[in-house]
Write a protein that binds this ligand. Structure first.
Ligand SMILES: NC(=O)c1ccc[n+]([C@@H]2O[C@H](COP(=O)([O-])OP(=O)(O)OC[C@H]3O[C@@H](n4cnc5c(N)ncnc54)[C@H](O)[C@@H]3O)[C@@H](O)[C@H]2O)c1
Length: 260
């Protein structure tokens, strides 16, 4: 229960969805949590709910694309605990448009939030982490970082996050900072709740369901805790078998090899 006792964690996009589940689990595992998001009402409500449970939580309005915003978040960590041990770069957006129809603004916006935001986060936290003797960073990529999602900007950002993870892991390993990526498949959240693609995706997923935010949070907890102390620079798919071979599974079903 107290795997993260004495540690301070920042979860970006922590006000709702998977980030909320991650913030809750890390807090219940003993960490003090900075919930960092552009969604102020949801973020403050989560802060209050965690405090109600007797846990340590602070909300800050962080726009991951803004260096000034990151500086204010690091200042909060410094002033509150004088240390920083964990960063979960979870904030993300999607565009849901094709190469043909994606305008430059939309392309740049997705790359800026999903990829540049994580880069700025790693840059912002590393000094304070190093001062404290090290830390752990998890970047939330996607199984779209393994294949071609129909949104090219989202796909590029999530592939990019896997590359950033490996590069940052090499640089920071000597400073005792581990950097890994988590690549979820379909999880029903505010990001996609109204998407017409949910049922077809679930139908193609070998486990025949979407993931739960709490399941993604368990993997994040493992990767930020000492249980994973020799793992760095890796990306972990968590998608009910989708990436493992959903296309072949469908062929097998359609040709009668699998009778499900
Ligand atoms: N839901 C899925 O199926 C799925 C699958 C794979 C990966 N992911 C990734 O998981 C992460 C969490 O997504 P989710 O499903 O919980 O969606 P969500 O929309 O519920 O949560 C995303 C959070 O990021 C925040 N955010 C957006 N722009 C921001 C910015 N500029 N600065 C700070 N915060 C910002 C939002 O306010 C929101 O709280 C994202 O990176 C997403 O790409 C989601």
């Amino acid at each position: 229960m107290n795997r993260l006792e004495g540690k301070l964690a920042i979860v970006t996009g922590g006000a709702r969805g998977q980030g909320e589940a991650e913030a809750r689990l890390l807090a219940r595992s003993g960490a003090a949590i900075i919930i960092a998001d552009v969604l102020e009402d949801e973020g403050r409500a989560l802060e209050a709910a965690l405090r109600q449970e007797g846990l340590e939580a602070r909300f800050i309005r962080l726009d991951v694309t803004s260096e000034a915003s990151w500086a204010a978040t690091i200042a909060l960590a410094q002033e509150w605990k004088g240390r920083l041990d964990i960063l979960v770069n979870n904030a993300g957006i999607i565009n849901r448009s094709t190469v043909e129809k994606t305008g430059l603004d939309a392309w740049e916006r997705v790359l800026k939030v999903n990829l540049t935001g994580a880069f700025l986060g790693i840059q912002a936290v590393s000094e304070l982490m190093i001062e404290g003797g090290g830390g752990a960073i998890v970047n939330i990529s996607s199984n779209s970082g393994y294949s071609g999602h129909y949104d090219p900007a989202y796909t590029a950002s999530k592939w990019g996050l896997r590359g950033l993870t490996k590069s940052a892991a090499m640089e920071l390993a000597g400073k005792n900072i581990r950097v890994n990526a988590v690549c979820p498949g379909l999880v029903v959240t505010g990001l996609n709740a109204n998407s017409p693609h949910l049922q077809p995706m679930i139908g193609m997923t070998p486990m025949r369901r979407s993931g739960k935010p709490e399941e993604i949070a368990e993997l994040v907890l493992f990767l930020v805790s000492d249980a994973s102390s020799f793992i760095t620079g890796e990306d972990f798919v968590i998608d009910g078998g989708f990436t493992a071979g959903a296309a072949y599974r469908r062929v097998a079903s359609e040709t009668g090899i699998y009778l499900d």
